[in-house]
Design a protein around this ligand. Structure first.
Ligand SMILES: [Zn+2]
Length: 337
């Protein structure tokens, strides 16, 4: 009974709901926590929506080193600033913002000193380095913030902050030119956005589902070679086997751009690389400025994620749906429904 436990200290802070992982490999728990306060250089966001990404498995299963538990996953976060920490002057209360995979850099490592924040040695990732977006309020450092354009809804903007930026940024740095053949391997959360961006970039786009019925009928390597070979294969499916099997669909100087996260080795032999001077490159998301570009480009061209929404309380169900590969196409949590 509240009356029998009169507080002796300050009045208890307001509470909020979070979906947390208690330990590596643990199940989601919906718990009440005290609302966090933003420290210097940080803001508190009232979270509206958070996308559910395959990389959330790194937190769920503990496969990223050094995660402290319990941990709240989520790095496709959209909300409204509701409290500013000390020293924050260029953001304001009520402003719509997002936070993606790039959750802050150290500004001191060799990459950061070169301005290559994307490759910061001590990159902070929401949901891994600190509590992410599967909660009603989240604290983030200002260098991680992205302004969200009015024309995008919260749930639409969220997946653009990881699935969107990763495909957009990988493609625009892939070297493919307008008119080039670009194959997108995997038609899921990343792939369905990659296909849209590739179309808007003016590529000749070939979408290749993994294990789909059509793939069984047509040999995708032959199909790509009939087109002269792909300049770029954007490999979004988290399957090293699917990537390896498709490699010979690349044309001369073609590039396998790897963004689907998996720990299995690729199987490509040196002759496959040498003939046609073909390359393999990995790509990780981008900076908040890159996210800003992604959102602006989406606003300009009408690229939008297709989403299925789940309330925060059903985080476990939403995560299972994402893992099933059957979602069409990105699962998004909403915090206040
Ligand atoms: Zn992600």
């Amino acid at each position: 009974m509240a009356a029998t436990r009169a507080p002796v200290g300050p009045i208890t802070a307001a509470s909020m709901k979070v979906a947390q992982i208690p330990k590596p490999g643990g199940e989601f728990q919906i718990v009440d926590r005290e609302m966090p306060d933003p420290g210097p250089g940080h803001v508190r966001m009232k979270v509206q929506a958070c996308g559910v990404c395959g990389s959330d498995a790194l937190t769920k299963e503990g496969s990223w080193p050094g995660i402290q538990y319990p941990r709240v996953p989520g790095h496709e976060v959209v909300g409204v600033i509701d409290k500013l920490g000390a020293g924050v002057s260029n953001w304001k209360n009520g402003q719509r913002v997002g936070v993606g995979w790039h959750g802050g850099q150290d500004n001191t490592c060799p990459s950061s000193r070169r301005g290559d924040f994307r490759n910061c040695r001590n990159l902070k990732i929401p949901g891994i380095s600190y509590d992410g977006g599967y909660q009603q309020y989240m604290v983030a450092p200002v260098e991680a913030l992205v302004e969200v354009p009015e024309s995008l809804t919260d749930a639409e903007a969220a997946p653009l902050l990881c699935a969107g930026i990763t495909t957009y940024n990988a493609l625009r740095h892939s070297g493919a030119m307008p008119g080039d053949v670009v194959a997108v391997l995997g038609i899921g959360g990343l792939g369905h956005l990659g296909i849209q961006f590739a179309n808007k970039f003016g590529y000749k786009v070939v979408a290749i589902g993994r294990g789909s019925e059509s793939a069984a009928l047509t040999n995708p390597v032959e199909a790509l070679q009939k087109l002269g070979g792909a300049q770029v294969i954007l490999a979004t499916a988290p399957s090293s086997k699917a990537m390896s099997d498709l490699f010979d669909g690349l044309g001369p100087n073609g590039k396998l751009m790897v963004i689907g996260v998996t720990f299995d080795p690729l199987e490509v032999n040196p002759v496959q690389l040498i003939s046609g001077s073909r390359t393999i490159q990995g790509w990780a998301a981008g900076t908040p400025a890159d996210s800003q570009d992604t959102l602006r480009f989406a606003e300009l061209t009408g690229v939008r994620p297709m989403i299925e929404t789940y309330p925060l309380e059903k985080a476990a169900e939403a995560y299972a749906r994402m893992l099933s590969g059957k979602a069409e196409f990105r699962v998004v949590l909403t915090m206040w429904s």
